[in-house]
Design a protein around this ligand. Structure first.
Ligand SMILES: Nc1ncnc2c1ncn2[C@@H]1O[C@H](COP(=O)(O)OP(=O)(O)O)[C@@H](O)[C@H]1O
Ligand SMILES: [Mg+2]
Length: 327
């Protein structure tokens, strides 16, 4: 595919603990096309945030982290880029909205200063025009008392407000790729819908590509051009949403779908969930990491790791997928 903007191939992230190394991400392989929204889904602890931070070159700032595999952004090898150039790319071409908003806004500077810095990476305007642009951008994320927020410091704002400021900041730079890590977790449903709509609009109007990390299959089903499912540090299925919803191939994906509440009617008291939890990265089971929780597991599943095989519009890593291979 020629219009691929981001391509990860066999990305692995290990934490060096001296006598042992702990794999936090074992195999992240995925693509994001220009102007495409790709949703990365999986339970908490699957390695989604570590993958996102590694694309941004942030994991690498920790001396105990070892990153291997390849990540190419518009033909540039991200893992080979000198730190100075990586910093230039960050916030301009690549922007990220973090899961914890407070940790990524600078507590020392006011909101206005931080937003102006972000805007100046993209364009130079008069001070009055800048202020108008900042207010407009805050309104887009549902902040209508923009003047008060601009005068504030991050600690004076609620968590949800900080999250919106951070989203505004990432979008001001009009990046070519936005990585949004659970960007709407602290927000109420109305604001959440408004922000997801805004992201979708920028994709359409500005051709912005998006890697959206979410544990919400409902959001993924609605927004994504492609869904990437991650389990225990490995991408186990990629497919267009209509395929994933109608015919999930990996039993794990099917399990995640089973936990989507019905669209209409009363919400059941208990939603079906997959028993057990994501293994600790220091104790990943042999073979397919999902086998201890998998209703379809057979002998080979506990012995050998399944390869990634192509399916209609995607791929799956499973010995006994729910869908037949297409080739
Ligand atoms: N800096 C770190 N040091 C040690 N372990 C980490 C670090 N960051 C993440 N992990 C571990 O890596 C695994 C994947 O984490 P993460 O990427 O945050 O998962 P997700 O975002 O899918 O919930 C988890 O087991 C987490 O505890
Ligand atoms: Mg996370």
């Amino acid at each position: 595919m020629t219009d691929t903007l981001l391509r990860l191939n066999g990305v692995r992230v290990e934490l060096d603990r001296g006598s042992t190394t702990i794999p936090l991400v074992r195999e992240a392989t995925l693509e994001v096309g220009r102007g495409e929204i790709v949703c990365l889904v999986g339970e908490s602890g699957s390695g989604k945030s570590v993958t996102a931070r590694t694309i941004m070159g942030l994991t690498q700032l920790d001396a105990a982290m070892r990153v291997s595999g390849t990540a190419s952004f518009d033909g540039t090898d991200l893992f080979a880029l000198p730190p100075v150039q990586m910093r230039r790319l960050r916030g301009r071409e690549l922007a990220m909205v973090f899961q914890e908003p407070l940790s990524s806004l600078d507590p020392v500077f006011g909101v206005e200063f931080q937003l102006r810095e972000a805007l100046r990476r993209r364009e130079r305007l008069s001070r009055t025009a800048e202020r108008a642009r900042l207010r407009e951008c805050l309104a887009e994320v549902g902040i209508h008392d923009g003047d008060r927020v601009l005068r504030s410091h991050p600690h004076e704002l609620s968590g949800g407000m900080c999250q919106r400021v951070m989203i505004a900041m990432a979008l001001l730079a009009r990046p070519r790729l936005l990585i949004a890590d659970e960007p709407t977790t602290a927000l109420d449903v109305t604001i959440q819908a408004q922000i997801l709509e805004l992201i979708d609009r920028l994709r359409t109007e500005e051709g912005m590509a998006v890697l959206l990390v979410t544990h919400d299959m409902g959001v993924a089903a609605e927004l994504a051009d492609r869904i990437v499912v991650m389990y225990s540090g490995r991408v186990v299925e990629t497919a267009p949403p209509q395929e994933v919803l109608a015919h999930p191939a990996h039993p794990y994906t099917a399990g995640l779908l089973g936990s989507i509440p019905p669209m209409r009617g009363p919400r059941p008291q208990m939603l079906p969930t997959i028993g057990g939890s994501v293994p600790d990265p220091s104790r990943v089971p042999d073979g397919c990491a999902f086998h201890p929780r998998c209703p379809r597991a057979a002998a080979e599943c506990s012995e050998q790791s399944p390869a990634f095989v192509p399916l209609t519009g995607g791929a799956v890593a499973c010995w006994h997928p729910l869908v037949e291979e297409s080739v």
